[in-house]
Design a protein around this ligand. Sequence first.
Ligand SMILES: [Zn+2]
Length: 259
Amino acid sequence: MSSPTPEFVRAPVDGPCVAVFTTRRGGSSHGPYAALNLGGTVEDAPADVAANRQAVCAALGVDPESVVVGRQVHGAHVRHVGSGEVPSPFLDASHVWRDGDGLVSSLPGVGVGVFAADCLSVLLWRRDLPKVAAVHAGWRGLVAGILEGAVTQLGPAARLGAAIGPGIGPCCYPVSVEIRDRFVARFGEQVLAGDAVDLVGAARAALVGAGLAASAVWSLETCTSCDGDRWFSFRRDGAPTGRQLGLIWPISSSVWTGP
Ligand SMILES: [Zn+2]
């Protein structure tokens, strides 16, 4: 039997990099993890996760030993990936990674990834040189300023582009009044939708507030909870469920032909 082909969405980038968001389609995992679960912390069979990660890398033409991810703790810490982190044990589904909800790579060919299943994956890049970031941005990270922190690390903001990946929409994300108040204090009333918050709206507000042009922020505009054929959603399915991957890697400026 031939292995399934992983499905992913390529984000439009205008810098020397490649940015993709995987969906749940086209993988080897079963049950609540079907099919393309890429998360290693969700009690899926490690061999299936490894096969899925291998298949994604093969489909993208990426060396799995050049894909670095962080242990995500809903924090706001953004850190640079060093050359000592390659070769990476990306195919080891049980590897315990160094903390990092935001990772920056300026090593051509070395990708940085984030896992999510409702939280936003936000990928950022420099237009003028090979430098990128992958950010796990749930409500805690957004309120704590992780996107602004990533912009500071990549900056200047006027030279950046951003792609906001799949996440839970305001249609499906009612939250407590305490959380709503924190969002309003940070981003204004426009990020509320009744008793829900609009994570994409908040991410846009954070990026534009940090200096990006509104036109430099692209969004996939989908709701992980509404579209169960395409996305894992923790809010919808609870545990166990799988994780999508957002992945971005810089390419050498010398081989980049422009947007
Ligand atoms: Zn929805």
